[in-house]
Design a protein. Structure first.
Length: 461
């Protein structure tokens, strides 16, 4: 019987690449739209007000991780396979997440009212309203089914709505409290669009508290690991805001905005790696091959971005944010190196989780959080944005080493090191072109570097 499929099933790497290609292209387009909105806001409100917005977003990420239950990181198949599959279970989970979102909004409202100064508290509270839409987002259910197309479109719609709102409403520093409205509107549109594709309402009508509690318990180790990871990720920005003021925070946030595209692509890649590895955990040979291939593919995609970004840090900042954000160039280079180390950790951590060792992921981010807190407390008051960026590099070195030790202990070997030589050499050739082309217009230099990297990869096989 013809089921419409090829006779030969795609390899696990091909399946991984197809899923990442769909989500990755949407992520690139969405991040470019988001980046345009970020550039608009930063230029209209100035570094000080942009620091307020960035501080609120950094704080909101912690609540976001709790409300989302990190279902994509847990791997929905891992979470739900032991219970009920399908729409009813998804409905139960989103109802429980929505209730947790309401609780988070109430707590943030109290924090905004009695702890934070104005307008910081107002901006944070307005962002927090979007947590309700985050909780209703059913992206995890689509990824469980191996259907990334609709989540990809939802991601793009979210950023498009966000950009449209902020461009329409934000024109000066006095409009800073309007910036969160774009986030809230975008998340609401994405959640509504995804809800129309999966009939989860059976789960709403037949809510299963036991399933919700079991899912929450299974997700808890990775939620905690994610929160510890956030400490290593954005504690520097929070401390800059508290100790050095909104202007330094704004300059640092601008540098992070350039890094965020790379990091978000890595998160999208990891969202595809984890379920792919989970399906192969009972087949050690196939698991090892996909693990090696996934690391190599990620390195091929990541290394030219890091090398090129480090070389072009100053002209990139000047082109995107303007002369007022020139201080953002100094932390950008070390932050890009830290981002490369972060991405290199994603596949090992996915392997640890796929093998059922979720609690071990706590060691990765727990060690990073301890190192990051200590370094930030010492370096930021003295060195400002450069101290924050330096602590990020050291923290990610520690986390990568811990992840590699844990994945080796789990019986997964790093047999792919020699395969990294060709992309490394290609990136070196690209770096030479970028170095000599620093005085060219940035788009021209990027195009020339990309062409060099691609040609070198083909030449080196």
């Amino acid at each position: 019987m013809d089921d419409g499929k090829d006779n030969a099933s795609p390899t696990p790497l091909a399946q991984l690449w197809r899923g990442f290609a769909v989500l990755g292209v949407a992520e690139v387009v969405a991040r470019l739209v988001a980046f345009a909105a970020t550039a608009w806001v930063s230029q209209r409100v100035g570094a000080g007000a942009f620091g307020i917005v960035s501080f609120a977003l950094a704080a909101l990420l912690y609540a976001n991780r709790v409300v989302s239950w990190e279902l994509e990181s847990v791997g929905v198949t891992e979470v739900m396979s032991r219970d009920a599959q399908g729409d009813s279970a998804a409905g139960t989970i989103i109802v429980a997440r929505f209730l947790s979102a309401i609780g988070a909004i109430v707590l943030i409202a109290a924090l905004a009212r009695w702890v934070l100064p104005s307008p910081d508290g107002t901006v944070l509270l307005l962002y927090a309203v979007g947590l309700a839409a985050v909780a209703l987002n059913t992206r995890f259910a689509y990824l469980m089914r191996g259907a990334p197309a609709r989540p990809a479109l939802a991601r793009f719609l979210s950023e498009l709505v966000n950009a449209a709102v902020v461009i329409a409403l934000v024109h000066s520093a006095t409009d800073v409290e309007r910036v969160p409205l774009g986030f809230v509107a975008g998340e609401a549109v994405a959640a509504a669009f995804l809800l129309t594709g999966i009939p989860v309402w059976r789960g709403v009508r037949h809510f299963d508290p036991a399933l919700a509690v079991r899912t929450m318990r299974r997700a808890a180790p990775l939620v905690l690991a994610s929160l510890l990871g956030l400490v290593a990720f954005n504690l520097d920005l929070i401390l800059l805001r508290l100790t050095r003021g909104t202007v330094d925070a704004g300059h640092y946030a601008a540098a992070y905005a350039l890094v965020s595209l790379l990091l978000n692509l890595g998160v999208t890649y990891s969202a595809n790696v984890l379920p792919a590895l989970s399906r192969l955990r009972e087949e050690p040979g196939a698991f090892q091959r996909l693990y090696s291939d996934a690391n190599v593919l990620l390195f091929v995609l990541m290394v030219p971005c890091v090398v090129g970004g480090v070389i072009l840090a100053q002209p990139l900042v000047a082109t995107v944010f303007g002369a007022a954000y020139a201080p953002s160039a100094a932390p950008l280079a070390p932050l890009l190196i830290a981002a490369g180390l972060t991405l290199s950790r994603f596949v090992p951590v996915a392997a640890i989780v796929a093998l059922g060792r979720r609690r071990e992921a706590l060691w990765v981010n727990g060690s990073g959080a301890l190192v990051n807190i200590a370094l930030n407390l010492v370096l930021i008051p003295r060195f400002g944005v450069l101290g924050a960026a330096s602590s990020a590099v050291v923290t990610d070195v520690v986390r990568l080493v811990v992840a590699q030790v844990l994945v080796q202990r789990a019986g997964v070997s790093s047999q792919y090191a020699r395969r990294l030589l060709a992309p490394t050499a290609a990136a070196a050739a690209m770096g030479a072109v970028a170095w000599f082309g620093r005085a060219w217009p940035v788009p021209v230099t990027i195009a020339a570097g990309a062409a060099t990297y691609g040609a070198a990869l083909l030449a080196l096989g």
